[in-house]
Design a protein around this ligand. Structure first.
Ligand code: ZN
Ligand code: ZN
Length: 277
């Protein structure tokens, strides 16, 4: 599977996934022109993108979705809660509603969704699974990582996981107290410490690539996160590709495959509860 983070953080999130001829975007926090430009930088054509899957309705994840859908005719997959909390006009837009904690198929990709804890209507994280059984997890905007989410993301071959802020930088920084409290709450974002603790519990023999995402521009630095993750990997003796996602340019192109290819049992049917609008 090919994964390319196009932008990660509060200025706009978008992640490109491709396998066996199916390409999708998870989140559309960049406008159509910027999305196309960044896809070109990683050698991909926006015309090939088949769908957008949305994690939640916050602006940095959904801002470009309706315009991308209109311009390129791609459907937007999202939960009903996300749809209702968003400004997407369902009469004008090709929308596919999925229910959290279910699996649905887009072309050759299976998307396993799981509800997360965040201050949004019905937020989701995903494991995207390819035909050969390769599994890549993507989770950001987590106030708290419960066991359900941890178990969902275990056993992945690639993991794109939030490491939002350094607690001291946030505490001592210039944000108003109300915003600091929101970020630190169970419905906000994951601190580096909480992220590393969760990653430690999710690292398995299969994990080949770890990319820390959605870093705060004000309250974090790439070097802090890289140091913490490198120490964690050294402590656990795990060897893998470590990366930190960038905000204003594509982070790169990751090619992730199962170490031992175990084809999935059967492609899933579209979930019966999904409705087309
Ligand atoms: Zn966000
Ligand atoms: Zn959010």
């Amino acid at each position: 599977m090919i994964i390319a983070p196009l932008g990660s953080g509060s200025a706009g999130n978008s992640y490109y996934f491709e396998s066996d001829g199916t390409s999708i975007l998870v989140d559309a926090g960049l406008g159509p022109r910027e999305t196309r430009k960044r896809l070109e930088k990683v050698g991909r054509d926006i015309e090939q993108v088949r769908a957008i899957v949305i994690t939640h309705e916050h602006y940095d994840h959904i801002r470009g979705a309706a315009r991308l859908a209109a311009k390129y005719g791609m459907p937007i997959y999202l939960t009903r809660g996300t749809l209702e909390a968003s400004s997407i006009d369902r009469a004008e837009t090709n929308v596919v509603v999925f229910e959290n904690n279910t699996t649905f198929a887009i072309g050759e990709l299976n998307v396993h969704s799981k509800r997360t804890i965040h201050d949004a209507a019905d937020p989701a994280c995903f494991v995207i699974e390819a035909r050969d059984g390769t599994r890549v997890g993507l989770a950001s905007d987590l106030g708290f990582v419960d066991d359900t989410v941890l178990n969902h993301l275990r056993g992945c071959d690639g993991l794109f996981f939030e490491s939002n802020h350094d607690l001291d930088m946030l505490r001592l920084g210039s944000y108003p107290w109300s915003l600091k409290r929101r970020i630190m709450s169970r419905f906000g974002h994951l601190s580096n410490d909480d992220s590393m603790f969760a990653v430690q519990r999710m690292i398995g023999a299969e994990l080949k690539t770890l990319c820390l995402i959605h870093l705060s521009q004000k309250n974090n630095t790439e070097s802090i996160v890289r140091d913490m993750a490198a120490k964690l990997l050294a402590r656990t003796g795990v060897q893998l590709e470590l990366s930190i996602a960038k905000q204003f340019e594509p982070t790169g192109v990751f090619e992730i495959a199962r170490r031992r290819s175990v084809p999935r049992v059967a492609p899933v049917a579209r979930h019966a509860q999904m409705a087309l609008f």
